[in-house]
Design a protein around this ligand. Structure first.
Ligand SMILES: [Zn+2]
Length: 193
């Protein structure tokens, strides 16, 4: 068993985007904090985990069900933006322009065993909620492009508008790195498939 400091560094270095050097810096920063600040940090992590579930409508991570976005009467319920991960909803919401709803697939649908069920759930929702437009908002990388090709085939018989967002960034990039402006332009310039 590692000593407590090495253990903390190890735990932090397993977080996405945190290399060993950053993990070390964060660990020593945390150790130097007042005990009350450390308690706030650990409580925030535990509370966020314990009070988060998936929205029964859109599958986004939420602390209420249906989530705040699905419950918002001012949003356009007939437009659904399909994304791969909850963080993509967050990126688009940060850009503050899109006013439809979402559908979160939670990962790749083409090469995962539960991909068919995810697609069936999406189809059922589109029919049940009388959706008129589905926007495919995947990152411009290999898995995103495979999902777009697959979904455009599956959805084409539904007689609804299917669009994909326009990209201002090169192939291989991740939606995480899109700034507000780029996201809004990508949605505004979406093209019909
Ligand atoms: Zn929702």
């Amino acid at each position: 068993m590692d000593n407590p400091i090495d253990n903390l560094i190890n735990q932090l270095s397993r977080l996405p985007g945190i290399g060993n050097k950053t993990a070390r810096r964060l660990a020593y920063y945390i150790i130097n904090l007042d005990k009350s600040r450390v308690d706030q940090l650990t409580n925030a992590i535990t509370s966020a985990k314990e009070n988060s579930s998936l929205c029964e409508v859109c599958n986004n991570v939420t602390d209420m069900n249906p989530c705040a976005i699905c419950s918002d009467e001012d949003r356009d319920k007939r437009t659904i933006c399909v994304v791969e991960l909850p963080k993509d909803v967050n990126s688009i919401e940060q850009a503050e322009k899109y006013r439809g709803l979402y559908h979160v697939l939670h990962g790749d649908i083409v090469s995962t065993p539960d991909g068919d069920k995810k697609v069936d759930d999406l189809l059922a929702r589109i029919k049940k909620d009388n959706v008129s437009e589905v926007i495919l908002a995947f990152s411009p990388n290999a898995s995103g492009q495979a999902s777009i090709m697959y979904l455009s085939q599956v959805l084409k018989d539904l007689n609804i508008k299917i669009t994909k967002i326009a990209y201002g960034l090169p192939y291989g990039s991740d939606m995480d790195f899109f700034d507000k402006e780029t996201i809004n332009i990508a949605i505004a310039n979406r093209t019909e498939i």
